[in-house]
Design a protein around this ligand. Structure first.
Ligand SMILES: Nc1ncnc2c1ncn2[C@@H]1O[C@H](COP(=O)(O)OP(=O)(O)OP(=O)(O)O)[C@@H](O)[C@H]1O
Ligand code: SF4
Ligand SMILES: [Mg+2]
Length: 377
């Protein structure tokens, strides 16, 4: 890997700082302000008419810090993939601002994006589909290496070094993707991302398709690489059990909106948003007796249609704590102690004193109200 001279402090330093003060550790690598992605729904045989929009990402704001791992969780269809595809500009945003290392890239042209895209790489859920089946590993890795400016006579040595860094051997160089196991293929996907010497890797459910034991190996590898190459990660997963150990902070999404943003440990110990509790309740516990005995919060029904999302709090149609205000006023994103944010009128696990000390976050959606949260009796 080439040594980038302007790289800031290492991930260990930032991780320690961000765990204690997640809003303040490290400098901002990526800033996202009021990001919206609406997909037009078309109908018509001769002339396409727009008959509605899918609200895939709807007024989302957050900051990713250098060296940080930000987990993103939520049910299928809540907008996780759309969010990260938009951050690397594979999907065009409808509104809002994306800044990478201080530079506004929201409307950057293809040409302007080229050098920036090299610093942001994606790793996909299905390594089989994301690797070209007609290319040998050798070719898959040498193309991005050359993009990085590695001389032709150095490419083979660098390719071998990359392979060894992700736990594969030199004899794998001449194989095609279908000649590997799922875990090995994901290692190749990671090696391909590393080849351009990125600062940020966006991982879209990188281990969901793998066996549990292989998941742990790939996650360990990602953690080692983060320390070695001073990487930041945005790590998308369906459920909270996967992101628990890798994330410094976690974002919980529901129907395109942020429900909760919290330091990872605190989210598990003290979830403030009822939806987060429901996601935690869905994590299976290995001991069947303990699993049966625990009280799971009730969340009934399917998520509403993202073409016509509910007014007020998007979660109110399924929330066991909902009251009248929830159906009428969108809750602001409120910042509690320790940089823990939640968008809920009736937060859990917080005292009246903690609510009194909390403030409206700058990340609150523009359409949200200013009602202060209240503890339910
Ligand atoms: N290109 C598109 N055109 C229209 N709608 C889209 C498009 N891509 C995604 N959507 C819709 O946007 C919403 C968010 O989709 P997205 O793939 O981001 O969800 P997700 O959280 O990644 O789900 P999963 O966990 O299943 O991967 C869904 O309702 C989806 O149907
Ligand atoms: S705002 Fe109301 S409906 Fe939404 S999560 Fe909180 S209590 Fe439930
Ligand atoms: Mg997805």
């Amino acid at each position: 890997m080439s040594d980038d001279v302007d790289r800031p402090e290492g991930p260990q330093t930032v991780r320690a700082a961000s765990a204690n003060a997640p809003g303040n550790g490290g400098s901002a690598l990526m800033e996202v302000e009021h990001l919206r992605v609406l997909f037009a729904l078309k109908r018509g045989i001769i002339v396409d008419r727009t008959i509605g929009h899918v609200h895939a990402v709807d007024d989302v704001s957050f900051t990713l810090r250098e060296g940080e791992t930000l987990g993103v969780v939520g049910e299928s269809g809540c907008g996780k993939t759309t969010l990260i595809r938009t951050l690397v500009r594979l999907t065009t945003p409808t509104g809002g601002v994306i800044r990478f290392r201080g530079r506004d890239i929201t409307s950057a042209s293809r040409r302007e994006l080229e050098p920036i895209r090299r610093q942001m790489q994606m790793v996909f859920q299905d390594p089989q589909a994301s690797l070209n089946p007609r290319k040998r590993v050798n070719q898959i890795l040498s193309t991005p290496l050359r993009l990085r400016g590695v001389a032709k006579d150095r490419t083979e040595a660098e390719t071998q070094e990359l392979l060894s860094r992700v736990g594969l051997q030199a004899e794998h160089l001449n194989r095609y993707p279908h000649e590997f196991s799922g875990g090995q293929r994901q290692r190749i996907g990671i090696a391909r991302a590393l080849a351009v010497d990125p600062k940020l890797i966006l991982l879209d459910e990188p281990v969901s398709a793998l066996d549990v034991s292989i998941q742990a190996q790939v996650i360990n590898l990602l953690e080692e690489l983060q320390d070695e190459f001073r990487l930041s990660y945005i790590f998308v997963a369906h459920d909270l059990s996967v992101v628990r150990h890798v994330s410094d902070r976690i974002i919980v999404m529901y129907l395109g909106k942020l429900m909760e943003v919290s330091p990872a440990g605190e989210l598990y110990d003290k979830p403030i948003h009822p939806y987060t509790s429901a996601l935690l309740g869905a994590i299976p516990i290995p001991d069947p007796a303990e699993n049966r005995a625990r009280e799971r919060p009730l969340v009934t029904g399917e998520p509403p249609n993202p073409i016509n999302p509910p007014l007020g709090c998007r979660f109110h149609t399924r929330c066991p704590r909902a009251t009248d205000v929830c159906a009428q006023v969108e809750p602001q994103l409120t910042e509690y102690a320790g940089g823990h944010l939640a968008a809920c009128h009736h937060p859990q696990n917080v005292t009246a004193e903690e609510i009194a000390a909390a403030v409206r976050s700058d990340s609150s959606p523009i359409s949200s109200g200013t009602d202060t949260p209240v503890v339910l009796g």
